[in-house]
Every structure is written in C-alpha cells, then in structure tokens.
Design a protein around this ligand. Structure first.
Ligand code: ZN
Length: 455
C-alpha cells in the first residue's frame, strides 16, 4: 500500500525529466545565433527517458516521500528549518550559500517548498528541503551529509564587549549542500504581422498579445520609433521568442526582427550577433546600429553618488591612498541594480575585493562592472544576454566595502574610465568586413517577414 502511495505521489510531483549533461538554460539566455533559415519550431515537452527512474528535479527519490507545502503568512525559512530539526548553524550556512540565488530572509506567503523524507514506521528523516523560487527555479538543500564540521567563528558576544575581532569559538554542525536547479525553458519562435486597425494597442488586444510586448518591440528599436504613433493602414511585422515551461507561458523573449511600414517609410531592426563584440546589437536595413546611450545610474531607483572616479583617493578600508576607478552609488541593501546598456554577461562571480560582481560586454569598446552585490538576480550567469534596464543584482557590501553601495566601473578598450566624463564614442555601423554577410542575413529575414500572413 505504501509503495503505491509513494508511486502516486511521485507521479504527480515529477514534472520534468532531463539528462544531467544537458546545459542549464534560462529565460534570459537565448543564445541563438544568426540562423538565416527562420523556421517556426514548436518544442514539445520530452517524456522521461527511463520510466522507472523516480526523480524529482534530478533528485533520486525512489523510496522517499516528496511532500509539497507552502508558506503560510506566519511562516519563514527559519521556522521551517526548526520544524524539520535543522539547527541554527545549518540555517546560517543555508542563508550564506543560497544568497546568490535568492534572499531567503524574505519569502512570500503561498510560496512553495517541498520536503523529501526517508520514512520508517517509527521515524521520519529529512533528506532534502526544496524551495521553489520562481516558475522554473528551485534551491535544493541536501541534508543527507552526516559528517560533522567544526568551524571557528568570531564569538559575537566577546566581539561586542571588547571589540576584539580575534575572539573565536568552535561551532559544530552537520553541513548541508546547496544546489540551484532550473527547469527546461522552451523557446518558441513566433511570427506575427498585422495591418494596424485604429491603434497598435487595439490590434494587440484583438490578437491576445500583451502590452508588455509593445515595450519589448520599442526597446529593440531603441525607442527611435514610437509604436503608438502607428495609424490605420500601417503595417507591423515581427518575429519574437516566446518562453514557456511545460507548455505554460512564462515570458516574452528576445525580439529577433521587426519591420514597420508607414505610408512614407520603412523601419527595420534585426537582432544580430557580432563576433568581434561578443554581443548582440539591433541593426537597421543598411547595417547601422540602433544604439541608445548608457543609463546614467546603475540603480533602478537612482541613488546618490558618494565617491567618484578618483586616481588619488584615501581608501577607507585599507587606510592608504589608492586610486578609486569606480563611481560609488549608495543605496539600502537589496536595492535593485540594473544593466546600464544591453550586452552579454562575461562575469558573474565572487572575488575577495569585488565581492559578488557582474561584468557586461556591450560592444567592441565598452564593458561595465557592478561590485559588492549581496546577491545576483535570477538567471544572471556567464554568457547570458541582458537588456538595458534589466535587474542584474542587488546592492550589498560583499568584498571590500564599508557600507551597502554599488561600485560602478566603466571600461573602455579594457581600461577603466570615468563614466561621468566619458563621451560615448561607439561604432556607428557594422564593420565593412561583416557588412556583406549581414546584408545577406537581412535579405533572408526581410523575405521571412514579408511572407508572414497579415492579420
Ligand atoms: Zn567603489
């Protein structure tokens, strides 16, 4: 009877199966190249390869109980740890090791989590605690390690009394292993074309397209054309990616191409990968970049500049004169940090001095860097594309920092410059060596756009 129950439970809960070798993907990491053959592809959810494998998020749960639960209004992660007989050292370790994925000091009511236990008639042993952090992301705490670790930590009480940072005490606990899990996100390419009837918003509504997509399209045109100014009779054609998990709509992905035809003119924007820049750019029909300026502040809500780029600054932590090659924006811990321009992430990691930092390549000339984050935003990893204004992390004080702030660094040809003094001098169009292949690509996309049936 118990076996049947376990099997039923697992059958309900097993949502996806994937091979361990499969590369993790995410919503913002559509690394599709420039394939001239644009084919609409419908991706079906793959069935389990091995029907006998009882796995939940790649965890072998054969013989284990998986229970789905949700946070009540009074719950928090600390309580869940206590209820499941995990101690405060394990909780502290969990918070520390998981902070690059999620801030577990704040969870939402009804947010889901799972317990995976080994059970006998007389006992129940927790094996895993799994927290769902988005429609496709999970943080897994593996509690199966039975070894005991000893760690010397600063004794807070002594430290507070005598300000003696060297006072230490030993702490014993069973370590837990933290893992991040991402479900497979399917990218479906969708082609759409319509003759505008009265207004863009009306046309979108009638075709069940969200107004969020209008923003996406405007962004790809670098706001050089106002979509809402289209009139009856104008034509709008575009190709975009739609992201889904298990057949459920998740988000709009990248706009691959857009064409606007008014009575007077035609506008094009094509998402094009440039090897030299290791980055994507929106390009028009003649090979010109549709670039827009960098945002002035790396903070979503703005913020105060507390320390500017200065080659002779007295360092507050090191107590020596040390050039400050960044611009510090102070903000409360957890304030969202955004990409000041679109690009591709070339680093999202931790180092002693920089703490958690992200570095983005924008083109052949410019890179930007954001330091001291308390954690990264969801999906922020090497090789991932980000859009201008997209949240990439949250203000913290990891690394060498005296208070919560973001140190914003602006790189030009591999050297740091002052973003407040830098007059942006970007390349204006595709280099001649690549122009021929771009124009070929453009011709094929135009053909595809023109072949879309008008609504
Ligand atoms: Zn700084």
């Amino acid at each position: 009877m118990k076996q049947v129950l376990i099997f039923l439970l697992i059958s309900v809960i097993v949502i996806t199966c994937k091979s361990p070798q499969r590369q993790k993907r995410n919503a913002f990491a559509e690394r599709t190249g420039n394939s001239p053959a644009v084919v609409t592809k419908t991706v079906a959810v793959k069935p389990c390869n091995d029907p006998k494998s009882h796995s939940f998020l790649d965890i072998d749960v054969d013989g284990l109980y998986v229970r789905e639960k949700e946070f009540s209004r009074k719950d928090n992660v600390q309580k869940i740890f206590k209820t499941n007989k995990l101690d405060k050292n394990q909780y502290a370790q969990f918070l520390e090791d998981s902070k690059e994925y999620y801030d577990f000091t704040t969870v939402k009511t009804r947010q889901k989590y799972f317990t995976i236990t080994k059970e006998t008639d007389s006992s129940s042993q927790l094996q895993y605690l799994v927290f769902k952090i988005s429609d496709y992301e999970y943080v897994i705490a593996n509690c199966t390690d039975t070894s005991m670790v000893t760690q010397m930590t600063a004794d807070e009480n002594v430290g507070r009394r005598r300000r003696n940072k060297h006072a230490q005490k030993a702490v014993y606990y069973h370590p837990i292993q933290i893992a991040y899990y991402e479900k497979n996100i399917d990218t479906i390419q969708i082609k759409f074309a319509a003759v505008i009837q009265r207004s863009v918003s009306k046309t979108f509504r009638e075709n069940n397209l969200d107004s969020k997509l209008i923003e996406k399209l405007s962004g790809s045109l670098s706001n050089k054309f106002n979509l809402n100014s289209l009139h009856s009779g104008d034509t709008l054609q575009f190709i975009y990616n739609q992201l889904s998990v298990n057949g459920q709509f998740l988000d709009y992905g990248h706009v691959q191409a857009i064409c606007i035809k008014t009575k007077k003119k035609q506008y094009y924007a094509l998402d094009y990968f440039l090897k030299d820049d290791s980055s994507y750019q929106y390009v028009d029909n003649g090979g010109k970049y549709l670039k827009s300026a960098f945002l002035k502040s790396p903070l979503q809500k703005g913020g105060n500049i507390v320390s500017r780029y200065n080659l002779h600054r007295f360092h507050p932590v090191l107590q020596v004169e040390k050039a400050h090659l960044g611009t510090d924006f102070a903000a409360p811990k957890g304030s969202p940090i955004i990409a000041t321009a679109s690009g591709v992430i070339e680093a999202a990691q931790f180092t002693q001095n920089n703490g958690n930092y992200v570095k983005i390549r924008h083109d052949r000339i410019y890179e930007t860097q954001y330091l001291h984050m308390c954690r990264f935003a969801k999906g922020i990893r090497n090789g991932v594309r980000v859009q201008k204004g997209q949240v990439i992390g949250y203000v913290g004080m990891t690394g060498l920092a005296t208070g919560p702030h973001v140190c914003y660094r602006f790189w030009k040809h591999g050297a740091q410059v002052d973003p407040l003094k830098e007059k942006l001098n970007t390349f204006k169009q595709i280099p001649n060596t690549y122009l021929g292949s771009y124009l070929k690509y453009f011709a094929s996309i135009r053909k595809t756009l023109d072949a879309i049936t008008l609504r």
